[in-house]
Design a protein around this ligand. Structure first.
Ligand code: IPD
Ligand code: CA
Length: 274
């Protein structure tokens, strides 16, 4: 079937993610070829490119009518447009800086979107063997066990995930650091995993209570959006209102109340859209 049923899509992508995971697992502690993208801390390795090719060629051979938005294809100049067509949004290695250093918070993140809404989300950390999966209306799972976001409603008791991001633009860094300065004295604790998708998976797992970032891309959050919401959490724009996956802005939390408390405390930043 050219379009594929959601069941078929899910089975195919799961197998491909596992195949891709083997490459990441086998190479994380080996020497890599590293190139720079937008700046000297925005990295790409041969594994990022190879994993993206493996996923896109595998998916397009099963589903020739489907569209793709891939981190490395976009970096190589392909257009990044989300239509209503079934579209696979792929981050082949999220946490590339971690991968380069051998820090095991790395994952493959794949979202299938249709009519501009997520249908399937896969976040797979093959080093720590954590496979997060979600399908629309069917809940979220880690390694096959149902997971739930936390019920925390108060920022003063929350474990908050923050990221510095991969841009060294002084205006953006200023906002990032001002937010951290404002929030660190208020929350229970802050953590940074170095992978947007893994951060979202931890919110879905209830291991962290909230996470926000300005400057992420669609491929960082396309799977996490569904995985967090199917676990009972919320994903929204950091100024409140619905998440726009192409806006490069995202806030997620275990509860709407916690998100509501966080929103007015955030200094806003509006990057150029995907
Ligand atoms: C990055 C990671 C990082 C986040 C950046 C992302 P990459 O993705 O998710 O944690 O702060 O915004 O771009 O470059 O490792 O695929
Ligand atoms: Ca990424």
């Amino acid at each position: 079937m050219a379009d594929g049923s959601m069941d078929e899509c899910y089975q195919v992508v799961l197998q491909l993610a596992k195949d891709a995971g083997k490459l990441v697992r086998d190479r994380i502690w080996k020497k890599k070829d590293i190139e720079f993208k937008s700046c000297e801390v925005d990295l790409v390795t041969e594994t990022d490119k190879e994993v993206e090719k493996l996923l896109i060629s595998g998916l397009s051979s099963h589903f020739p009518s489907h569209k793709f938005i891939g981190e490395e294809a976009t970096a190589a100049g392909e257009k990044c447009v989300l239509t209503d067509d079934p579209t696979w949004i792929i981050d082949p290695v999220d946490g590339t800086m971690n991968f380069v250093h051998g820090f095991p918070n790395v994952c493959i993140s794949i979202g299938l979107w249709k009519n501009k809404a997520a249908e399937i989300g896969i976040i797979y950390n093959p080093v720590l063997e954590q496979l997060f999966t979600a399908r629309k209306g069917q809940g979220s799972y880690m390694n096959g066990t149902r997971i739930h976001a936390s019920k925390e409603t108060e920022l003063s008791k929350a474990l908050l995930l923050v990221e510095m991001g991969t841009s060294r633009d002084p205006e953006k860094l200023k906002v990032v650091l001002e937010n951290v300065t404002e929030l660190v004295p208020i929350v229970h604790g802050t953590r940074s995993l170095g992978s947007a998708a893994m951060n979202m998976a931890m919110v879905a797992l209830g291991a962290a209570d909230a996470y926000y970032e300005f400057g992420i891309h669609a491929w960082d959050i396309a799977a996490g959006d569904l995985i967090v919401r199917e676990a009972g959490g919320v994903c929204l724009d950091p100024a409140g209102g619905p998440l726009d996956v192409m806006s490069r802005r995202m806030l997620c939390a275990g509860t709407q109340s916690l998100a509501n408390e966080l929103v007015p405390k955030l200094k806003q930043y509006y990057p150029e859209r995907d």
